[in-house]
Design a protein around this ligand. Structure first.
Ligand SMILES: Nc1ncnc2c1ncn2[C@@H]1O[C@H](COP(=O)(O)OP(=O)(O)OP(=O)(O)O)[C@@H](O)[C@H]1O
Ligand SMILES: [Mg+2]
Length: 220
């Protein structure tokens, strides 16, 4: 369960360019939820997702990730926690373009406790889950956008995270690839992964069990 209570986020606090992006966000995401967060550009969706992903800290408020108080985790503890529990998918894939698919999908495992011998095997099973094991040896730069995003999804789930966070995961895809990616994300949710998707796309939001909207630094 993810519990955000009265979260506030200010960029550049105390400076002339201070910017209060999140004013008072409270949100509870239960295990197995599938939620979409929408809102206009600049409304703070990515900022919120980064806080949920333990990549950034709120200025005020309380965030508990599966009962753990995020404020009490050191940077290295949150990095470890993120690696073990959270999968992240972004609009622009962030893959190593000159490396092959299996190497990309294996990457998070090198930062985990996975025994060296099991790394390839785990990466293959993530590819199988997404149905792209045929791409294993391909260099990423030779793939289509839809294929790249499926590789990024395989990488996001390689550690079997309990939570998948996605920021505009379909923003760079055409409607066919968008629907295919959403089919995969919905299947992960049926297998009990908790999912939070930030999206501008009404079709994507419409396939989620619930939708929240960011307005004026708050969730409505
Ligand atoms: N590191 C930063 N320093 C200062 N201001 C920032 C920083 N990151 C984001 N902002 C500002 O915070 C506001 C919210 O940004 P954020 O990226 O969360 O919006 P968003 O809802 O994800 O927008 P989009 O839909 O365009 O992706 C914007 O005004 C942005 O300029
Ligand atoms: Mg954003």
């Amino acid at each position: 369960m993810l519990e955000l209570k009265n979260i506030q986020k200010k960029y550049n606090p105390g400076k002339p360019n201070e910017n209060m992006v999140l004013k008072d966000v409270s949100l509870t995401v239960c295990d197995g939820d599938l939620i979409a967060i929408t809102g206009r550009s600049g409304s703070g969706k990515s900022t919120l997702l980064h806080i949920i992903a333990l990549m950034d800290n709120p200025t005020k408020g309380e965030y508990r990730f599966e009962g753990k108080d995020a404020a009490k985790l050191s940077d290295s503890q949150s990095a470890k926690y993120r690696n073990e529990n959270i999968g992240i998918l972004l609009q622009d894939f962030r893959l190593l373009e000159t490396e092959n698919v299996i190497k990309n999908v294996s990457a998070p495992l090198y930062f985990s406790k996975t025994p060296f011998k099991q790394i390839k095997q785990k990466a293959y099973s993530a590819l199988e889950k997404i149905g792209i094991e045929n791409l294993a040896k391909r260099t990423v730069s030779t793939l289509s956008g839809g294929e790249k995003q499926r590789v990024a999804l395989a990488r996001a789930i390689v550690n079997s995270p309990s939570v998948l966070l996605a920021d505009e995961p379909t923003g760079a895809l055409d409607s066919k690839n968008r629907d295919m990616l959403m089919d995969l994300i919905l299947e992960l949710n049926r297998q009990k992964t908790t999912i939070v998707i930030v999206t501008h796309d009404n079709e994507v939001a419409g396939r989620c069990a619930s939708t929240f909207s960011m307005v004026d630094g708050k969730i409505v």
